[in-house]
Every structure is written in C-alpha cells, then in structure tokens.
Write a protein that binds this ligand. Structure first.
Ligand code: KG4
Ligand code: ZN
Length: 328
C-alpha cells in the first residue's frame, strides 16, 4: 500500500511517500522568500506552496520509485497552521484523491509531530511522554497508543521556538534564529549570564517572561559587547530555555512514573536539548527517542506515519474537509 502525504501548514512544502508503514521518500521544499521580512509572511507562503507542490510531489514519487497511479491514499495536514498555506495542500490532496478515486486522510499537525517518534520504530513502547517543542507549540503529551494522546501541560503564551527566534532577532540574527543560536552556543559558556525560570502551573510553561528578561539584558549592553560575547550570550539563552523545558518534563515523568521519553518539533533539533536529554536519560534511567533531524522540523514523513495508523483504522475524510488555523 503506497500513501502520499502532504504537509503545508507553514513555510515548508513537505511531501512524503510511505509503503506499508515505511517512509520511502521525505522531501521538503523550503521558502527563502521570508528571510528578508524577519518572519513568515502568510501570503508569500501560500504562493510559494502553489509553486513548489507539483515539483516536490514529482521528486518524492521519483525517489520512492513509483508512479502516481500506484498510490492507494492521499494524506494532508488540515491544521493547525496558516490557513492560506494549508488550503494549498488541502485543495491539492482533494483533487488528486478525486482524480485517482482513492481515499483521503486528514491529519492534525501536532498529533503528527508526536507520532514522528514511531517512524522506523513500530515497536516503540507505550505509554511515553513527548516533549513537543516547535515554533508554535510547547506541550508535554502523554501517549498511550498510536493516535491516542493527552496533553498534560502547555505554554500559556509564547512557544519555546518563539523564545529562540525572538531572542535571535533581538541579537540582530536573521529569521529563523533558533538554529543560529544553537550554532553560536556551541562555543559559549551556558552559565555566564543567568536568566530566570518563569513560574507557571504544574506542567505548563510561560516563555514571555523569559523573552522580557532577554530584552532587558540585551538593551543594557553595547553593540560591541554583544558582538564580542555572542557565543556566551547564545549559550546562556539556550541553557535557560532547555533547562526550563526539563524542569517541567522531569516533574511530569516523576509524577506519572513514565520512563520512556520522546522529543518532537523543530526545537528538538537543538543540540543543547538533545545533549541534555541524553544526559537526563542516564541520570533518571529513561528510555529516550531522539528523532532524526529530518523528522524534527516540519516534514511530511510525520504526516505519512500518522495517516498510516489512520488508514489502518479506516479513518477517512470527505471532499468537504476544511483547513483549520487552531485546535484540532
Ligand atoms: O516544528 P517547526 O519546524 O515548525 C512549527 O510547527 O512551528 O519548528 C520551527 C521552530 C522555529 O522556531 C525554529 O527556530 C526552531 O524550530 N528550531 C530550532 C532549531 N531548529 C529549528 N530552535 C533551536 N535550535 C535549533 N537547532
Ligand atoms: Zn510543526
């Protein structure tokens, strides 16, 4: 059974091909057009998806070594995300499924980030806790079975990825700044500049206070000081975000007694976060799942694996499926 999956929730056009639960192709066409604007411009993103989607589908099918007529189902991200971007993927998926007379599968982007832990690991043990950290979301999720999950904690305001990106912007780094903070942090001292750990209920987070702390700190420095101490500043910012993430994750793990931990979402590509998870795994006797880089940031592989489990449950969508901005 071959399945084509489409991810177009933000600024990456992702196309994947799956064969009986295995990913054969996972292609992403990025969009450089946003860099000059310091963030994703929704209208430009939708147009870039329109331009990229057909060539990316062709490339993914070629890599998988199949033709479009061999497909048995088409999956797409319905939301949450930018509605204009999503509509490009939704419309394309509907048209393709209709023309091939095969089922459509509607997938939730956040569920898919969490399900990315199962790529190449069908025997992954349940229950597990997933720390989902992306540009739009920060959540601790309990996963009891494929597609069966419960959110234990969420951010009350900004997401962890936004904290990275906004700190980077304050330092004059281009968008998206998360990977650049990661890069500079590698040569820096994470303990040099202390930042607070904001208060929030139980397993919830609040990143807006941290963002204000970065702003106060950066505003007090001269441009020369910032330039000369960039590695230490980035390492300290990264440490404050990662340490805060782990305070709540460890609390959830000890309260629930769950010792299998996964990370997902764009920020799970962060070196500091990945190293800390490896270290915490040893200290706490955790089994951990650290996804391959290509499955951390937005990708269609995670949509494909989610859709595969939905396919097994015959969870199909109709031609009246609609894109949604929030919730799921
Ligand atoms: O999951 P994702 O690709 O898109 C959303 O659904 O939001 O996550 C994008 C976020 C951005 O904020 C980006 O800066 C962050 O992930 N990110 C990183 C790294 N790679 C991506 N943040 C810190 N370190 C990284 N290496
Ligand atoms: Zn995402």
């Amino acid at each position: 059974m071959y399945l084509l999956a489409i991810e177009s929730s933000c600024d990456d056009t992702g196309i994947a091909v799956l064969h009986n639960g295995n990913i054969l192709a996972n292609m992403v066409a990025g969009q450089d057009v946003h860099q000059a604007w310091g963030g994703v411009v929704p209208e430009l993103a939708s147009r870039a998806h329109e331009k990229n989607i057909v060539p990316t589908v062709d490339a993914a099918l070629k890599q998988a070594g199949i033709t479009v007529s061999q497909l048995s189902a088409i999956a797409f991200t319905a939301g949450p995300g930018l509605v204009g971007s999503l509509m490009v993927g939704v419309g394309f998926a509907k048209a393709l499924a209709l023309s091939l007379n095969i089922p459509l599968i509607q997938t939730d982007h956040l569920v898919a980030h969490v399900m990315s832990s199962l790529i190449g690991k069908p025997d992954f043990s349940f229950p597990y806790l997933c720390l989902l950290v992306s540009g739009g979301h920060t959540q601790i999720i309990r996963v009891d079975a494929p597609l069966k999950m419960e959110v234990l904690g969420s951010t009350n305001d900004d997401a962890a990825g936004e904290a990275f990106d906004k700190a980077a912007k304050m330092l004059g780094l281009p968008y998206p700044g998360g990977p650049l903070i990661d890069k500079y942090a590698k040569d820096g001292d994470p303990m040099r500049f202390p930042f607070p750990r904001p208060r929030a209920e139980k397993y919830d987070y609040s990143f807006s206070g941290l963002k204000t702390a970065y702003l106060h700190f950066i505003n007090k420095q001269t441009p020369e000081f910032l330039a000369q101490n960039l590695p230490d500043i980035c390492a300290s910012i990264q440490h404050s975000i990662v340490d805060y993430l782990f305070i709540k994750l460890k609390l959830a793990a000890s309260d629930t007694g769950i010792k299998t931990i996964a990370i997902a979402g764009g920020v799970s590509a962060n070196t500091g976060l990945r190293n800390r998870l490896t270290q915490e795994a040893k200290t706490n006797d955790w089994q951990v799942h650290i996804p391959a880089f290509e499955y951390c940031t937005d990708n269609a592989g995670m949509i494909a694996i989610t859709a595969w489990y939905q396919f097994l449950q015959r969870d199909f969508a109709g031609q009246d499926a609609v894109a949604y901005a929030r919730g799921g």
